[in-house]
Write a protein that binds this ligand. Structure first.
Ligand SMILES: N[C@@H](CCC(=O)N[C@@H](CS)C(=O)NCC(=O)O)C(=O)O
Length: 268
């Protein structure tokens, strides 16, 4: 039996759920509420010492890291193979899977500099916030979170992540201009891996990052959302009210972020 420890709106969990849906696999759900700190319980830390979701438990075999989980799921059956057979398409897919680590860092910044920060500040005292940050096992991740909560969109993290986003959208535009999907003509593990990040930016009301300059990204997002896996992995877990709240909250930062983004691009 496959059991997924996951968060309702966490991007990496969405990635794993999209993989499960694309592969039409049955799975047991174990929800971890990140806002309540359930990722820090001793039981969960035994499964995932990084105190992050998702974690896959396949009859006692534990798999962490969402991109590795996707590849594991793909190997479980021959139905709807997501890793392309063609060696070049496969290489392109592997590169996208690797790049999701940087993408995650950038999306994490945009989340915790905007709507995520607002929600945390509204729901916790400064002492509670520091208490939960101190539980984060990775000191670098903890320092970043502390900085984002303190400075919001003025954090120095934004510039480095603008670089990641610019590269990501430029390369997506180039790939999608040549073929229908990221690794080639057919939907693949590359698309399964990347959609959650672009979807999150859109849900944060930050689609301005790509809408004007990278139109292929918009059509790819639309095509990815039209797949049945999106409804099962995303819409089934994120209610309309929550979606609206996040979009309104995050989107209120776009004019200021856009100014920074435009300045960053002028200097490049
Ligand atoms: N590289 C990891 C990143 C996992 C990760 O950072 N997950 C986030 C949610 S998307 C998390 O659990 N954060 C816990 C926290 O913020 O305390 C993966 O792809 O699985």
């Amino acid at each position: 039996m496959l059991k997924l420890y996951h968060g309702k709106s966490s991007v990496c969990s969405i990635k794993a759920r999209i993989g499960l849906a694309e592969k039409r696999l049955d799975w047991e759900s174990c929800l971890i509420d990140l806002s309540k700190g359930e990722q820090f319980t001793p039981e969960y830390l035994k499964l995932n010492p990084n105190a992050v979701v998702p974690t896959l438990d396949h009859d006692g075999f534990i798999v962490i890291e969402s991109s590795v989980i996707l590849q594991y799921l793909d190997l479980l059956n021959d139905r709807n193979r997501l890793m392309p057979a063609d060696i070049r398409a496969q290489t392109r897919a592997r590169l996208w899977l690797l790049r999701t680590l940087d993408m995650h860092a950038a999306i994490n910044t945009m989340t915790f500099a905007t709507a995520g920060r607002e929600q945390i500040l509204a729901g916790k005292t400064p002492e509670e916030i520091e208490h939960s940050i101190k539980k984060m096992p990775n000191p670098r991740a903890a320092a970043k979170r502390r900085d984002l909560i303190k400075h919001g969109i003025s954090s120095s993290h934004l510039d480095g992540d603008f670089f990641t986003l610019q590269r990501m959208f430029e390369d997506m535009q180039t790939a999608l201009d040549q073929a229908g999907w990221l690794a080639g003509d057919t939907y693949s593990l590359a698309d399964t891996a990347v959609i959650a990040y672009v979807d999150r930016l859109d849900r944060l009301g930050l689609s301005g990052f790509w809408e004007e300059r990278y139109p292929c990204v918009s059509s790819w997002l639309e095509a990815s959302r039209a797949r049945p896996s999106y409804g099962r992995a995303v819409e089934a877990f994120i209610g309309r009210d929550e979606a609206k709240r996040t979009r309104d909250l995050g989107g209120s930062f776009w004019p200021e972020i856009k100014q920074k983004w435009d300045r960053f691009r002028r200097l490049k």
